[in-house]
Design a protein around this ligand. Sequence first.
Ligand SMILES: Nc1ncnc2c1ncn2[C@@H]1O[C@H](COP(=O)(O)OP(=O)(O)OP(=O)(O)O)[C@@H](O)[C@H]1O
Ligand SMILES: [Mg+2]
Length: 257
Amino acid sequence: MAILVHDVRKSFHLQKDREIIALNDVSLGVEDQEFVCLLGPSGCGKSTLLKIIAGLEQASSGWVEIDGQKITAPSSDRAIVFQDYALFPWRTVVENVQFGLDLRKVPAKEARKKALEYLSLVNLCNFANVYPHQLSGGMKQRVAIARALVLEPKILLLDEPFGALDAFTRMQLQFELTSICKKNSPTVIFVTHDIDEAIYLGDRVVIMTPNPGKVNAIVNVQLPKPRNRTDYDFNKIRDRVFREFSLVTETSLEYVI
Ligand SMILES: Nc1ncnc2c1ncn2[C@@H]1O[C@H](COP(=O)(O)OP(=O)(O)OP(=O)(O)O)[C@@H](O)[C@H]1O
Ligand SMILES: [Mg+2]
């Protein structure tokens, strides 16, 4: 499914006379099955934009279209994964993954079969019957991803899903996400403030800056997947992204590197 963000502005009223412009006339087109990373520092409006696309927040002006239809509310076509996993502690791992299928009234046996299939995709089928508190952070995040993927959404919205993980687990999940997306081909918007993560995953990297939040540059990453971070071309793109940031933040490149 293709996503079109058209002149979206979002302001929040803090107190009587104070407002924050979280997004200032943001426009962005995402093609069907494209993987786009939103990259930017804290406060540049990444989560706000993702929530508006999910239908969880309303834009102050402008709109978002999906396949030509303006969105006004959340839909099961769009799955969202947050950074803090948000698993149900009283449900086992497989029951967590099954949750959305239960809501859709999928027969229990079929739902469980499908949940197990997606747990195996994220290498967790041996942990189906344990509870979330018995898992590591990386494993919990895998469960959250399986819970979103099991619904086979056309659009996957991920808000810093690997932010809390150690570097090794993070790289492993980045690799797994690349393979899963190759298999299921959803349209993906992935929020991160990690430059390498954005270049490793994205077909395009959308660079956002704060005060007010806006899109400053878009960098194409035309490298085959899975990518190699030590590649010459990967590093050339990394330099380009650093350069874009140094231009907009007026920080010298030497300092950033
Ligand atoms: N519900 C809210 N009420 C008031 N202000 C908000 C609200 N949500 C976001 N903001 C403000 O909007 C701006 C953008 O916030 P947002 O959470 O989208 O940033 P972000 O890029 O996701 O940051 P981070 O990387 O820290 O998650 C911030 O200045 C924030 O204070
Ligand atoms: Mg955020």
